[in-house]
Design a protein. Structure first.
Length: 175
Protein backbone atom coordinates (compact mmCIF):
# COMPACT_ATOMS: atom_id res chain seq x y z
CA UNK A 1 0.00 0.00 0.00
CA UNK A 2 1.31 3.44 -0.93
CA UNK A 3 0.58 6.26 1.49
CA UNK A 4 1.99 9.62 2.50
CA UNK A 5 5.00 9.35 4.76
CA UNK A 6 4.41 10.16 8.43
CA UNK A 7 6.69 11.64 11.05
CA UNK A 8 6.74 8.27 12.81
CA UNK A 9 8.21 6.73 9.60
CA UNK A 10 11.35 8.90 9.63
CA UNK A 11 13.66 6.52 11.56
CA UNK A 12 12.46 3.63 9.38
CA UNK A 13 13.17 5.63 6.20
CA UNK A 14 16.73 6.14 7.39
CA UNK A 15 17.03 2.41 8.10
CA UNK A 16 15.71 1.61 4.61
CA UNK A 17 18.28 3.97 3.09
CA UNK A 18 21.14 2.33 5.00
CA UNK A 19 20.00 -1.19 4.03
CA UNK A 20 19.47 -0.23 0.39
CA UNK A 21 22.88 1.42 0.30
CA UNK A 22 24.73 -1.66 1.48
CA UNK A 23 24.35 -3.41 -1.88
CA UNK A 24 26.55 -0.73 -3.47
CA UNK A 25 29.51 -2.04 -1.46
CA UNK A 26 29.10 -5.39 -3.23
CA UNK A 27 29.82 -3.73 -6.58
CA UNK A 28 32.80 -1.66 -5.45
CA UNK A 29 30.93 1.54 -4.57
CA UNK A 30 31.78 1.59 -0.88
CA UNK A 31 31.52 5.39 -0.60
CA UNK A 32 27.90 5.22 -1.77
CA UNK A 33 27.18 2.38 0.65
CA UNK A 34 28.60 4.38 3.55
CA UNK A 35 26.84 7.65 2.71
CA UNK A 36 24.52 8.75 5.50
CA UNK A 37 20.78 8.82 4.80
CA UNK A 38 18.90 12.12 4.67
CA UNK A 39 18.66 13.77 8.07
CA UNK A 40 15.47 13.84 10.11
CA UNK A 41 15.09 17.54 9.23
CA UNK A 42 15.43 16.90 5.49
CA UNK A 43 12.94 14.03 5.60
CA UNK A 44 10.48 16.10 7.63
CA UNK A 45 10.78 18.89 5.06
CA UNK A 46 9.64 16.53 2.28
CA UNK A 47 6.93 15.09 4.51
CA UNK A 48 5.59 18.50 5.52
CA UNK A 49 5.56 19.65 1.88
CA UNK A 50 3.58 16.55 0.80
CA UNK A 51 6.42 15.24 -1.36
CA UNK A 52 7.24 11.97 0.39
CA UNK A 53 5.46 8.63 0.12
CA UNK A 54 6.08 5.13 1.40
CA UNK A 55 5.13 1.66 0.34
CA UNK A 56 3.95 0.00 3.55
CA UNK A 57 3.59 -3.72 4.20
CA UNK A 58 0.48 -5.44 5.59
CA UNK A 59 1.43 -4.25 9.09
CA UNK A 60 1.67 -0.63 7.83
CA UNK A 61 5.48 -0.62 8.19
CA UNK A 62 7.35 1.28 5.49
CA UNK A 63 9.47 -0.97 3.25
CA UNK A 64 10.32 1.66 0.61
CA UNK A 65 10.09 5.40 0.13
CA UNK A 66 10.32 8.14 -2.46
CA UNK A 67 11.17 11.85 -2.16
CA UNK A 68 10.19 14.32 -4.87
CA UNK A 69 11.32 17.82 -5.79
CA UNK A 70 9.96 20.05 -8.54
CA UNK A 71 12.81 21.13 -10.81
CA UNK A 72 12.31 23.13 -14.00
CA UNK A 73 8.61 22.23 -14.22
CA UNK A 74 9.15 18.50 -13.72
CA UNK A 75 8.66 16.11 -10.82
CA UNK A 76 12.21 15.15 -9.92
CA UNK A 77 12.66 11.81 -8.17
CA UNK A 78 15.20 12.89 -5.59
CA UNK A 79 15.42 9.55 -3.82
CA UNK A 80 13.85 6.14 -4.18
CA UNK A 81 14.92 3.45 -1.75
CA UNK A 82 13.55 -0.05 -1.33
CA UNK A 83 14.63 -2.26 1.54
CA UNK A 84 16.50 -5.21 -0.04
CA UNK A 85 14.13 -7.68 1.67
CA UNK A 86 11.36 -6.24 -0.53
CA UNK A 87 13.27 -5.88 -3.79
CA UNK A 88 12.15 -7.35 -7.11
CA UNK A 89 8.46 -7.00 -6.21
CA UNK A 90 7.69 -3.85 -8.25
CA UNK A 91 7.59 -1.78 -5.06
CA UNK A 92 9.87 0.91 -6.52
CA UNK A 93 7.93 0.90 -9.79
CA UNK A 94 4.71 1.43 -7.86
CA UNK A 95 6.19 4.47 -6.12
CA UNK A 96 7.36 5.89 -9.47
CA UNK A 97 3.87 5.45 -10.93
CA UNK A 98 2.32 7.07 -7.86
CA UNK A 99 4.53 10.12 -8.38
CA UNK A 100 3.69 10.13 -12.11
CA UNK A 101 0.00 10.43 -11.18
CA UNK A 102 0.82 13.15 -8.62
CA UNK A 103 2.81 15.06 -11.25
CA UNK A 104 0.06 14.76 -13.88
CA UNK A 105 -2.48 16.15 -11.40
CA UNK A 106 -0.21 19.20 -11.02
CA UNK A 107 0.32 19.67 -14.75
CA UNK A 108 4.02 18.83 -14.61
CA UNK A 109 5.56 17.88 -17.93
CA UNK A 110 7.75 14.95 -16.97
CA UNK A 111 9.55 12.92 -14.34
CA UNK A 112 13.30 13.44 -14.05
CA UNK A 113 16.05 11.85 -12.02
CA UNK A 114 19.80 11.53 -11.78
CA UNK A 115 21.34 8.11 -11.39
CA UNK A 116 24.28 5.83 -12.04
CA UNK A 117 24.41 4.76 -15.69
CA UNK A 118 25.77 1.26 -15.27
CA UNK A 119 24.32 0.03 -11.97
CA UNK A 120 21.68 -2.50 -13.02
CA UNK A 121 19.11 -1.32 -10.45
CA UNK A 122 19.70 2.31 -11.46
CA UNK A 123 20.08 3.42 -15.11
CA UNK A 124 19.02 0.18 -16.83
CA UNK A 125 16.09 -0.22 -14.39
CA UNK A 126 14.79 3.29 -15.07
CA UNK A 127 15.07 2.70 -18.82
CA UNK A 128 12.68 -0.24 -18.32
CA UNK A 129 10.38 2.20 -16.45
CA UNK A 130 10.17 4.44 -19.53
CA UNK A 131 12.94 6.95 -18.78
CA UNK A 132 15.54 8.00 -21.35
CA UNK A 133 19.00 9.46 -20.90
CA UNK A 134 19.27 13.18 -21.58
CA UNK A 135 21.98 14.51 -23.85
CA UNK A 136 24.10 17.30 -22.40
CA UNK A 137 22.14 19.83 -24.49
CA UNK A 138 18.86 18.61 -22.95
CA UNK A 139 19.96 18.97 -19.33
CA UNK A 140 18.04 21.89 -17.81
CA UNK A 141 19.63 24.53 -15.59
CA UNK A 142 18.14 23.02 -12.43
CA UNK A 143 19.39 19.54 -13.29
CA UNK A 144 22.80 21.00 -14.14
CA UNK A 145 22.97 22.57 -10.66
CA UNK A 146 21.96 19.27 -9.09
CA UNK A 147 24.60 17.36 -11.06
CA UNK A 148 27.25 19.84 -9.91
CA UNK A 149 26.23 19.27 -6.27
CA UNK A 150 26.40 15.50 -6.84
CA UNK A 151 29.86 15.82 -8.39
CA UNK A 152 30.99 17.97 -5.46
CA UNK A 153 29.73 15.19 -3.17
CA UNK A 154 31.94 12.67 -5.03
CA UNK A 155 29.27 10.78 -6.93
CA UNK A 156 30.96 11.29 -10.30
CA UNK A 157 33.59 8.68 -9.45
CA UNK A 158 31.17 6.42 -11.34
CA UNK A 159 29.33 7.20 -14.62
CA UNK A 160 26.22 9.20 -13.84
CA UNK A 161 23.61 11.15 -15.78
CA UNK A 162 20.14 12.67 -16.01
CA UNK A 163 17.03 10.84 -17.18
CA UNK A 164 13.53 11.98 -18.15
CA UNK A 165 10.14 10.38 -18.74
CA UNK A 166 7.53 12.51 -20.48
CA UNK A 167 4.05 12.57 -18.97
CA UNK A 168 0.76 13.11 -20.73
CA UNK A 169 -2.70 13.65 -19.30
CA UNK A 170 -3.88 10.46 -21.01
CA UNK A 171 -0.98 8.18 -20.07
CA UNK A 172 -2.19 5.09 -18.19
CA UNK A 173 -1.29 4.87 -14.50
CA UNK A 174 0.90 1.79 -15.01
CA UNK A 175 3.19 3.66 -17.40
Amino acid sequence: MIRAARESDVPRLQDIERAAGKVFADIGMKAVAEDEPPSREVLLGYLNDGRSWVHADADDVAVAYILVDVIDGCAHLEQISVHPDHGRRRVGRGLVEHVADWARERGLAALTLTTFRDVVWNGPYYERCGFRWLSDAEVTSGLRELRKAEADHGLDRWPRGCMRRELSATEPADG
